[in-house]
Design a protein around this ligand. Structure first.
Ligand code: FPP
Length: 251
């Protein structure tokens, strides 16, 4: 169990954890199964991770479900990926609602089927009053596209005379991203052995700690999240500044 240890550089659990859920295809291939079954197994890992996070003092969890680049996969796989939110919410939305979880879906709704948009909107609407835990699912999401969209929104406000270029600073810009006023991720986790951000939360992860784990997402569970958080406790976050002891030593 990850505990607060005075001797560790991090005294606090990561408030916000973000995960690139990677490795479903390889997991399926190793078992001689179609990739679709890897993705379905990935939904079960998501359920385990959402259940485990609050006990590790995490309050925000953001997961990458479908990237704007995933459209280039074969049509049959895209269609399987499009079916995953339905699979997840049909089994879990009532529980999320009851457990105080607020669901938000980041990314573009354009390009998604009307049925899917309806389901994503419903998940957000039914949990809008909750504030015990925040689950953000990035779906049809790309970090660069999200930054471009934020720039467009701000430019439109300037064009309409509601803002001037001098109003824009980092906080004002961040408020236009799809993550809005939410906290930036303290910890970004990528399982499956890959060490890339893959266009996930580009702006928001500016000062995140990164932990890469050698487990495929369908095998992911509470023990892996706990191990990543244990690693986070050992990290020293400086945000571009110096460590307090070094400042004292140099006067
Ligand atoms: C990447 O693995 C994973 C995805 C493209 C899909 C991730 C989605 C889930 C785990 C379920 C999401 C649930 C909801 C509710 C959206 P990959 O297929 O690229 O794996 P590979 O690198 O081994 O081929």
């Amino acid at each position: 169990m990850a505990t607060v240890d005075q001797e560790q550089p991090q005294a606090h659990a990561p408030l916000h954890v973000a995960i690139v859920m990677d490795g479903n295809g390889r997991w399926a291939k190793r078992r001689g199964l179609p990739r679709s079954l890897g993705h379905r197994a990935g939904v079960e890992s998501l359920k385990r991770t959402v259940a485990a996070a609050p006990d590790l003092n995490v309050r925000w969890l953001t997961v990458f479900g479908f990237s704007t680049e995933n459209w280039s996969r074969p049509a049959a796989e895209v269609s399987e990926l499009m079916a995953l939110p339905k699979r997840y919410f049909e089994s879990d939305l009532a529980r999320l609602e009851r457990d105080g979880v607020r669901v938000r879906v980041l990314g573009r709704r354009e390009g998604l089927s009307a049925d899917l948009v309806k389901m994503l909107d419903e998940a957000e609407r039914r949990t809008a009053h909750n504030d015990k835990f925040f689950l953000q699912i990035a779906f049809n999401y790309g970090g660069q596209a999200d930054i471009v969209e934020a720039a467009r929104k701000f430019a439109a406000e300037v064009a309409a005379g509601r803002a001037s270029p001098g109003d824009l600073d980092e906080a004002a810009f961040a408020a236009h991203l799809s993550t809005g006023a939410g906290p930036a991720p303290d910890l970004v986790i990528r399982p499956s052995g890959e060490q890339r951000l893959s266009n996930f939360l580009l702006w928001e992860s500016a000062y995140s700690e990164f932990v890469f784990q050698d487990v495929l997402w369908p095998d992911y569970g509470a023990e892996h999240l706990e191990a990543a958080i244990d690693e986070f406790y050992k990290r020293e976050r400086r945000y571009g500044g110096a460590v307090a002891d070094d400042v004292l030593a140099t006067g």
